[in-house]
Ligand binder design. Sequence first.
Ligand code: ACO
Length: 325
Amino acid sequence: MIPFSRITGTGSYLPPRRVTNEDLAKDLAARGIETSDEWIVARTGIHARHFADADVTSSDLAFAAAKQAIEAAGRSASDIDLIVVATSTPDMVFPSSACILQNKLGIAGCPAFDVQAVCSGFVYALTVADAMIRTGMAKCALVVGAEVFSRILDFTDRTTCVLFGDGAGAVVLEASDEPGILASDLHADGKHVGILCVPGHVSGGNVIGSPLLHMDGQAVFKLAVRVLEEAARATLQKAGKSDTDIDWLIPHQANIRIMEGTAKKLKLPLEKLIVTVNEHGNTSAASIPLALDVAVRSGKIRPGDLVMLEGVGGGFAWGAVLLNM
Ligand code: ACO
């Protein structure tokens, strides 16, 4: 049995079209909807987000992020023996975006599948890949979070369309004798399906129900802060660590108030909180690996640091992964 899996490379990609709050407010004003930079910044911490062009898919973003992560790990695509993509905005109903990504990488044969756990997708995907590595089913996994959430936003609903963005982040996770991932803690509670969902589905060539995102923001807010603290504490306990051991906290980048609330509950100084929501908006399954890559490339997160990743979102699904970089 391989004792550990460890992240050996990170990568990310944002589509080039950066949309500031002022840009968005101007677009919405043309539709008779009022919002402002001031409101968005005060309630969410978001200043800008990136939107992909209409012909760009999640697997395109995933491909760009994956190439960077593979290069950072000093590997080539042919070394990858498992691909897990976390996404709620896949290229197609099927096959999976992971299979499409595999083909773009020019490789074949290794298992490839998507994980659908919305904003918790990356911590779910990382946990699955970790388990597969530790049971000997893979040695060098590519784990990606990739989203084009702009496709499922209702641009007549100012309470949701200002929150989200598009992007992708990726890691290479390899079998290792040195500790990398120390513990994970995953949960879901399906009774909360209705507070954050895209309820539509495809049937007989038609979309039945709404294909756009619906959210009860206050219900999400309350649940998110509570479960993020619980998941972090459970993960620390499993790993035999305490909150004071954490070097960096990377919560899902949904909203600065949720993120700072979580850091405070864990008694972490805000300097230990990695924040990219200001520039990326909420990129759902992509938000954690995007933030991780930004922090690694900026030199903030260094080899050996203890990092807590935390996801929460639709389902309701949530979880945490504690790892040494
Ligand atoms: N611009 C201007 N005014 C707005 C906007 C906007 N974009 N959106 C809502 N408002 C108005 C509302 O109409 C309301 O006006 P009223 O008082 O005249 O009725 C007022 O602002 C307050 O609205 P609330 O919905 O009560 O605002 P709230 O303080 O709850 O903030 C928010 C809304 C930011 C969505 C908040 O509930 C929140 O942070 N929720 C967490 C949800 C979240 O972050 N979701 C991300 C996805 S889920 C996830 O990833 C975990």
